[in-house]
Design a protein around this ligand. Structure first.
Ligand code: GTP
Ligand code: SPV
Ligand code: MN
Length: 596
């Protein structure tokens, strides 16, 4: 706990005061991010039946939460970009006039923290004091948010010291929107689904979120600050905020190459970021290390290269499908000091989810608190159930993960879930062509957001739900950022998710994705071949390291074909396409010409 009398920043104190007057909490607590503070919050929540402490032997210092079944994922339909002009929010975002939104929120905020404690969380995205880092302060009435933020961001009194008297911070207001007017309101997972708003004011660099306590709706340092607000900052200041993982590849000769990859939500960023190459490649000396699994802030440096930092301090990872087979590093990351939300509970007080083991253990309690059996016809863990784990737990954490100025990026990858028509991998001819590939990206919708899972949708650069300004302007900004670089990263499109006629994945994926990564890294250094096609440069069978994998030439040929019709389809909304920069329209014309 921080004594408010020690806080020098007047703007911060005034903001907190103003919010408290409107929302009328029982008390205000300034958080310091310490273990003692978290312990006390967990104890308070356990006493109230809000969470369960997991089996100390199986998952030390870890806790289990179940959300309200109406509050389980990001709600894109309630997420707004409130720029002054509608044009600046662009054709892909929900927009509301800032004045109108503030009036609406103001009404909802009246007494909304009644009976609750208001927590004030000073945090840094990126290492505290780093040149690329940003400071935020989240106000929330959810103790669940406090204990999650302390894993996901750097929460510390040092942030306030750094702010000093006049330092700038991004104000992040959050409330679950459920005042305790009578004892029945004091539920385990308070929320207000009928009145949920996740509002961003990009010009003011302000975030206001009410009604949801889950994930990106509530942990405001993540998508709200580090993507939506940061993308708007990046546009103004000449840098990039991307929905990208960052990893390092070490070749047998010791050379290190850093890679970023943009895949939509629940499309394999965590898995790729923590990838362990197949044993045969490890024996040769290939190593992959993790810098981040979800967000990259990328800036050009004086040497003409792009450098990236991971602004986060933890992983908010999809649980289902994670196992010692598919992602041992993720399993190790959440092996202790972690929080689990909406997974299933075992009879000995441990966690389980679909895909963790082949057979579910006996006597599971599901994420809704029911005795689970297969006959329920529903998974025991919610498909968007997640673990919150400290980044320092990751065994493959990169040695430069904390470097203030970031790591130099040589490869950028985009990709999505494409069951057909799109090959495993191809290389863009140049930066603008790469951005074109990112702009035309599509992917099947996953459980990470509301909507019909499996439906193909356009998701430019995996930023559809996260771009804080006009998507067309954003794509134009990306094109521009490649200009004048001494060294532009090589750009690739990948698809781990192609299926055969029987609906089976054609590519083993996971650790075997290292084979694709190795080809890319060799390409960067001019040491691997490729053949030119209408859509980009592709590896031949001989260009891939196949040690330890029995994958025949014909299967590879089938995996690498493309369907000209699918490639030529322009998935973007017409309104967005119309506004695209001319350079991307030229890329499109050139593609159509090559295909004809
Ligand atoms: P967010 O945290 O929502 O941004 O998503 P993410 O991209 O980090 O998602 P994550 O890595 O957790 O993806 C989870 C899903 O992708 C699980 O269902 C995995 O089984 C699946 N997945 C990851 N990598 C692969 C792969 O190489 N092949 C296949 N077939 N599935 C994969
Ligand atoms: C995503 O949906 O891309 C996530 C999870 O990373 S959340 O933080 O909830 O947005
Ligand atoms: Mn994400």
């Amino acid at each position: 706990m921080i004594d408010p009398n020690t806080i020098k920043n007047k703007a911060l104190l005034a903001w907190v005061d103003g919010i408290a007057k409107i929302t009328t909490p029982d008390k205000v607590q300034f958080c310091d991010g310490s273990q003692e503070e978290a312990d006390a919050l967990f104890k308070m929540m356990m006493d109230k039946g809000v969470c369960i402490k997991l089996n100390e032997e199986k998952h030390p210092n870890s806790y289990y939460f179940r959300s309200d079944p109406r509050d389980v994922a990001r709600v894109e339909s309630r997420t707004f970009i409130c720029s002054k002009s509608k044009r600046d929010a662009g054709p892909t975002n929900n927009w509301m006039d800032p004045k109108e939104m503030k009036a609406k929120l103001h009404d909802l905020m009246q007494g909304c923290m009644k009976g609750r404690t208001m927590y004030v969380i000073p945090f840094s995205m990126g290492p505290i004091g780093g040149p690329i880092s940003q400071i935020g302060v989240e106000i929330t009435d959810s103790p669940y948010v406090v204990v999650n933020m302390r894993i996901m961001a750097r929460v510390s009194p040092k942030v306030l010291e750094l702010l000093g008297e006049n330092g700038k911070f991004v104000p992040c207001f959050h409330s679950v929107g459920k005042p305790i007017n009578s004892p029945e309101d004091d539920v385990a997972w308070p929320c207000n689904p009928d009145n949920t708003y996740i509002a961003h004011f990009p010009e003011e660099r302000l975030i206001m979120s009410i009604g949801s306590g889950y994930g990106g709706n509530a942990l405001l340092g993540k998508k709200c600050l580090s993507l939506r607000i940061a993308s708007a900052m990046g546009k103004d200041e000449g840098w990039l905020a991307e929905h990208m993982l960052i990893l390092g590849v070490k070749e047998p000769n010791g050379r290190k190459t850093y890679v970023t990859a943009a895949f939509p939500s629940a499309c394999g960023k965590t898995n790729f970021a923590m990838l362990i190459p197949p044993a045969e490649m490890r024996e040769e000396g290939w190593e992959v290390s993790c810098v981040g699994d979800d967000i990259a802030w990328i800036k050009p440096a004086a040497d003409g290269k792009l450098y990236a930092i991971n602004p986060e301090n933890g992983f908010f990872g999809v649980a289902p499908g994670t196992s010692v087979k598919t992602n041992p590093n993720a399993m190790a990351s959440c092996s202790r000091d972690s929080i689990f939300t909406n997974v299933a509970l075992t009879e000995d007080g441990d966690v389980w989810w679909e895909g963790m083991t082949k057979e579910p253990p006996a006597n599971l309690t599901d994420w809704k608190g029911r005795k689970w059996s297969k006959d329920l016809g529903e998974p025991a863990a919610h498909p968007n159930s997640r673990f919150t784990a400290p980044i320092r737990n990751c065994p493959s954490l990169d040695e430069n993960a904390d470097r203030l100025e970031g790591v130099p990026i040589s490869v950028m990858i985009v990709g999505g879930r494409r069951p057909n028509g799109i090959p495993l991998v191809f290389e863009a001819f140049n930066w603008t062509h790469g951005i074109y590939l990112g702009a035309m990206m599509g992917s099947e919708l996953t459980a990470a957001a509301e909507g019909t899972v499996g439906k193909l949708r356009s998701d430019p650069m995996a930023m559809l739900p996260f771009c804080g300004y006009n998507m067309a302007d954003y794509l134009g900004h990306l094109v521009k950022m490649g200009k004048g670089l001494e060294l532009t990263p090589h750009f690739y499109h990948v698809n781990w998710f192609r299926k055969d006629r029987d609906g089976n994945f054609m590519w083993p994926g996971f650790g075997d994705n290292a084979r694709v990564l190795a080809w890319m890294v060799k390409r960067v250094h001019g040491e691997a071949g490729a053949k030119e096609t209408a859509i980009g440069n592709m590896p031949s069978y001989e260009d891939i390291n196949w040690k330890g994998l029995d994958y025949n030439k014909d299967d590879f040929a089938a995996l690498m074909t493309f369907d000209p019709e699918i490639v030529a389809t322009q998935p973007l909304k017409d309104e967005l396409y119309e506004q695209l920069p001319e350079s991307l329209k030229i890329e499109r014309a050139a593609l159509l010409e090559r295909l004809s």
